[in-house]
Design a protein. Sequence first.
Length: 338
Amino acid sequence: MNMRLTGSGLCIFSLLGLIALVTPARGASTVVYEGKSGPGAGKHIVLISGDEEYRSEEGLPMLGRLLAQRHGFKCTVLFALDPDGTINPDNQQSLPGAEALDSADAVILQTRFRDWPDDAMQHFIDAYKRGVPIIGLRTATHAFQVKKGTHREMTNWGKRVLGEGWVNHWGNHTKQATRAVLEPGAKESPVMNGVKDIFTTTDVYEGYPAADVQILLRGQVLSGMTPDSAPATNQKPRASDKKQQPVNEPMMPIAWTRIFKNEAGKENRILCTTIGAATDLKNEGLRRMIINSVYWGLKMDVPAKADVTIDWDYQPTNYGFKGYKKELKPDDFVVKEK
């Protein structure tokens, strides 16, 4: 899947001087999008893909390109790879290029049950302990499951740091979509600047985030998979006590911010959302919330309406286990300049 600028797009971006997209050497393990100018110039965002189901290996390169192209950030995208250099999100122990985290100003994380080698995990822990902002998408609540490495404490990292871990599917997975509903009081958060009309085909996760988070959005479970589907009326047993509860009474939190003081005494500014499959990221409102959270996390002025335009062909694979595109390599996400 090559992501290319059109001729007209290349002309526009040359005139604006917004971006210089670097083509790494053939066979590189990462993709780097070099933002040339804009508010994010001089800031480095590392995006870590690696989940078996929600196609982060397709969604995060799009977000990296968008952050570079529209906002000037340098973005490095990391992937789980097989020894031959092909992307394999099922390879839970792979994170080549983790040293990019040593210069990260912020991290966007979408991994699931990763068991990275100690050296790769240490790069992540060091960045986290520096107090970098962390934006966690979908499965980041259960980002790690360390079985072989020494960093066993990272298995519970999502719940401890992001504010919640894996609990359960609350909507009926693949049958009940999600409509985001703004939490009362959240309108004043700069993370919500210009954000509206978020609809995703991924379901609502059950979750009860920590008391010190600011809830931004709750997920209305829908009865179907289209934006005009009516709210669901079924009940579901809670994970904690198996007591039946109407799925929308109350609605589960699906996005929140948190300022977390880590064990090194530094503060991490956190945005966690339990939606965010590659297909979800086709939604403009969701992309804007994520872009806003990067600005907020870095204590930068959040745009009133951040530019989240995708003017290239972005047709991500639908989510599902074993559904990733075979034979993809990081090179396939590099913009080839004409």
